[in-house]
Design a protein around this ligand. Structure first.
Ligand code: UDP
Ligand code: MG
Length: 313
């Protein structure tokens, strides 16, 4: 019985020793299982790869993939999943925001066969900037309304999965990955366990507000075409409005013979600007989808591996 722990790492040289200590303790407390720790270095600018290699030389359970550059956490998780060989596979952050101490409980839930996935959810967002929490909440509301997959608010990427789930996720090989959606999309029985928000042990968050915003757009565009419909409906609505306007002026001019309409200039300008804006918006939405089709159609690999361990025992 092998358990794989996957850790995507980007500039985590300070946090990794803490994490390694914590997961080693978990391993020691579950001596009836075998473990493999898979560290994926996502093109860190600091000495993360050095730290990982040192761990691997001292501990034969440590395996790693080093990326040629930063490909993002999604790609790092995918690489880890591909590399994993465990019967159970967990994904966790390097900064200890995903409490390693939850692993024994997660394992026992999968053992009891009540579920195929045990996923962690934070019930509080304590310690997080207020504005970030606010937008995160709005995002979950929005995406759940628009898509058929259910994505839990506060869901983290932290989860323990059976092999069958991992294989399903690997088979979803799209490039612009939104894992929270993919996890939900593949299905299977999920049990949620809840925990308080934990602040990272060292280093700092890699997610700026702008990066999170792009992540949210990725999530929506990857899982629903509803925004395209929005563009269609608003276009239709304004076309009808314009037609009504046309009829109104036709009646005024031809039947009531009122011609002196120069003061209408401001309203006309507003209307044109407004429609112009809508058209641009619709084009933008279209562009999001076409752009993504373009990227998917190139079939590039999700990540490029620079180096890998040789602990293939
Ligand atoms: N991460 C990564 N590549 C990136 C950004 C982040 O592999 O481009 C990793 C990071 O090292 C950490 C996890 O993803 O293990 C979560 O990142 P972070 O703690 O910065 O995000 P937050 O917890 O603030 O959402
Ligand atoms: Mg974090």
């Amino acid at each position: 019985m092998l358990i794989s722990l996957i850790v995507p790492c980007y500039n985590e040289e300070e946090a990794l020793p803490y994490l390694y200590k914590a997961i080693s303790d978990v391993r020691a407390s579950m001596s009836d299982r075998n473990f493999e720790f898979i560290f994926v270095n996502d093109g860190s600018k600091d000495n993360t790869s050095g730290v990982i290699k040192k761990l691997a030389s001292e501990d034969k359970d440590v395996r790693y993939v080093l990326f040629s550059r930063n490909f993002g956490k999604e790609a790092a998780m995918y690489a880890g999943l591909e590399k994993s060989r465990g019967d159970y596979v967990a994904i966790m952050d390097a900064d200890m925001q995903d409490p390693p101490a939850l692993i024994p409980e997660m394992v026992s839930i999968l053992d009891s066969d009540e579920a195929d996935i045990v996923a962690a959810r934070r019930v509080t967002r304590k310690g997080e900037p207020k504005i970030r929490s606010f937008f995160a909440r709005r995002f979950y509301k929005l995406i759940n309304r628009m898509t058929e997959v259910e994505i839990a608010d506060g869901a983290r990427d932290f989860r323990l999965m059976k092999r069958c789930v991992v294989d399903a996720i690997i088979s979803v090989s799209e490039r612009q990955r939104f894992s929270k959606g993919i996890f939900a999309w593949v299905g299977f029985r999920t049990r949620w366990i809840e925990h308080e928000n934990v602040e990272r042990v060292a280093g700092e968050t890699k997610w700026s507000f702008w990066k999170l915003f792009k992540y949210a757009v990725d999530g929506i565009v990857a899982f629903t075409t509803a925004p395209l419909r929005l563009a269609t409906y608003s276009g239709l609505f304004f076309a009808l409005l314009a037609f009504g306007y046309l009829v109104y002026y036709f009646v005024r001019a031809v039947i009531l013979r009122i011609y002196n309409d120069v003061p209408g200039y401001p309203s006309l300008l507003c209307f044109i600007l407004f429609i112009g804006g809508l058209i641009l918006m619709a084009l933008g939405i279209l562009g999001e989808y076409i752009g993504r089709t373009f990227i998917e159609s190139k079939q590039r690999p999700i990540y490029i591996k620079a180096e890998e361990d040789n602990n293939n025992n």
